[in-house]
Design a protein around this ligand. Structure first.
Ligand SMILES: Nc1ncnc2c1ncn2[C@@H]1O[C@H](COP(=O)(O)OP(=O)(O)OP(=O)(O)O)[C@@H](O)[C@H]1O
Ligand SMILES: [Mg+2]
Length: 256
């Protein structure tokens, strides 16, 4: 368990240098960033600005060259590859642009897979995978293979899989990049629902309409943070319905 008074993500003077031999590319230049538990954050920025570099580090798939990354209070910068893969399995769910499902394997088995790695007994993981597929609206598609599903449905399977081990953090790199508008909106509504339930969601997108679902938008340029702004009226309704008290929309009305 992490330190509850620590933010979920804290980056301290984080630098990533890609050393390709002939030249060194500065992927990230001294990033300082804090993301609290339960935030819903969109990362934007032009191609090559460092978004995927950041996501790879946040996902413990890559390590910073300099500086520190504290995940749930733990400094990942000095961790061994084994410790990193352990923290990744426990704390992070990934969603990719290209879904990355295992072909010729049912939706149900795809969702079960991370639980197999986590050594959850068969009966429990099947029950949980069914529950998760129902949760993402695919209760009737459990036995379908990925190639028997639409793009939006595949991405919903991928989200169910990302949730398998109940990670506090979901990372998504252009999750709607291969989807049409209607499917994209459905996926963003699903992320909004997860955020309402308390999951921290960080996603990369090139589209303003998609970023509009997040509570906070961070713009990157050339390996640096250019801006970091709160979105007071997220497209999916933000926190509406999360708390017992008045919904966000009502508060806004009282305020004027
Ligand atoms: N493995 C690598 N080796 C060398 N340079 C890299 C590597 N990965 C990324 N870079 C460089 O780091 C910089 C940031 O790349 P990154 O992939 O993070 O950009 P991005 O913002 O995700 O772009 P896109 O929107 O096109 O996905 C770029 O200049 C890129 O060329
Ligand atoms: Mg990228």
């Amino acid at each position: 368990m992490g330190e509850q008074n620590e933010p979920l993500i804290r980056l301290e003077n984080l630098v990533k240098i890609y050393d390709t031999g002939a030249i060194k590319v500065l992927g990230l230049k001294k990033i300082n960033l804090t993301i609290e538990r339960g935030e819903f954050v969109a990362i934007m920025g032009h191609s090559g600005s460092g978004k995927s570099t950041l996501m790879n580090i946040l996902g413990c798939l890559d390590r910073p060259t300099l500086g520190h990354y504290f995940l749930d209070g733990e400094d990942t910068s000095a961790m061994t590859p084994d410790a990193l893969s352990d923290i990744r399995n426990r704390k992070i769910g990934f969603v990719f642009q290209s879904f990355n499902l295992i072909s010729r394997t049912s939706a149900l088995k795809n969702v079960e897979l991370p639980m197999t790695y986590a050594r959850i007994p068969k009966a429990r993981r099947t029950a949980r995978a069914k529950e998760l597929l129902e949760r993402v609206g695919l209760g009737a598609r459990k036995e379908h293979m990925p190639n028997e599903l639409s793009g939006g449905q595949r991405q919903r399977v991928a989200i169910a899989r990302a949730l398998a081990n109940e990670p506090p953090l979901i990372l998504a790199d252009e999750p709607t990049g291969n989807l049409d508008t209607a499917a994209s909106v459905e996926i963003m509504e699903l992320f909004t629902a997860l955020h309402r339930e308390g999951t921290t969601v960080v996603l990369v997108t090139h589209e303003e309409d998609i970023a509009a679902f997040a509570q906070r938008v961070i713009r990157f340029g050339d390996g640096r943070i250019l801006s970091d702004e709160k979105n007071e009226a997220p497209a999916g309704g933000g926190d509406t319905g999360r708390a017992e008290g008045p919904a966000a929309g009502e508060e806004a009305r009282h305020a004027d």
